[in-house]
Design a protein around this ligand. Structure first.
Ligand code: HEM
Length: 153
């Protein structure tokens, strides 16, 4: 009887872990996918293929998938039981915290860019935008690489 109980629970744990891992990866596609689209629009603007107001509008529309994806990653990540004793996992969580804070300050950045007029941006805002995109890319790719390395163990 005890064996049946234990095996039923092990099976439930395994199923929950598999579902959580799927949600984790689906959230990664949604969140990071939207971030990549936003940054791609930034690149198009830099080479003159779209206007500043185009990227401000598209970035605003991408907020929902970015934040939904990030929330899905955090919730499914908690269910996956991260090993908090591992320095790599701690680094990953620090990167997630940093990309969240970086994401929060983009609201202010967008407002400043909107106030600046439709065409050229002052160097200060350009540097702010480039730094924001750089921090975002480093944190997202860093978290992906650490997640991948942890999954290999
Ligand atoms: C930007 C956010 C994140 C990204 C890009 C990310 C990425 C990944 C990737 C690529 C994997 C490997 C999946 C596989 O093995 O196939 C993974 C696994 C995992 N992630 Fe995340 N993740 C993020 C956030 C989080 C958060 C916030 C937590 C915890 C609260 C977390 C906990 C885990 C756990 C526990 C695993 C299973 C491997 C392990 O034992 O570490 N992740 N993640």
């Amino acid at each position: 009887m005890g064996c049946v109980w234990v095996s039923a629970h092990l099976q439930a744990d395994l199923t929950l872990r598999t579902v959580a891992l799927f949600v984790h990866l689906a959230s990664l596609v949604l969140g990071f996918g939207a971030v990549l689209v936003a940054d791609y629009h930034g690149l198009l603007w830099m080479v003159g293929r779209c206007t500043l107001s185009d990227i401000l509008v598209s970035t605003t529309r991408l907020h929902l998938p970015v934040w939904t994806g990030l929330a899905g990653l955090v919730v499914s990540g908690v269910i996956l039981h991260p090993d908090l004793a591992s320095p790599l996992t701690r680094t990953k969580l620090a990167l997630v915290l940093l990309l969240t804070l970086n994401g929060l300050q983009t609201g202010l950045l967008s407002r400043r860019m909107e106030q600046g007029g439709p065409t050229s941006l002052p160097p200060r805002l350009l540097a702010w935008g480039a730094t924001t995109a750089f921090i975002s890319q480093v944190c997202w790719w860093g978290a992906v690489v650490i997640g991948f390395l942890n999954g290999q163990r």
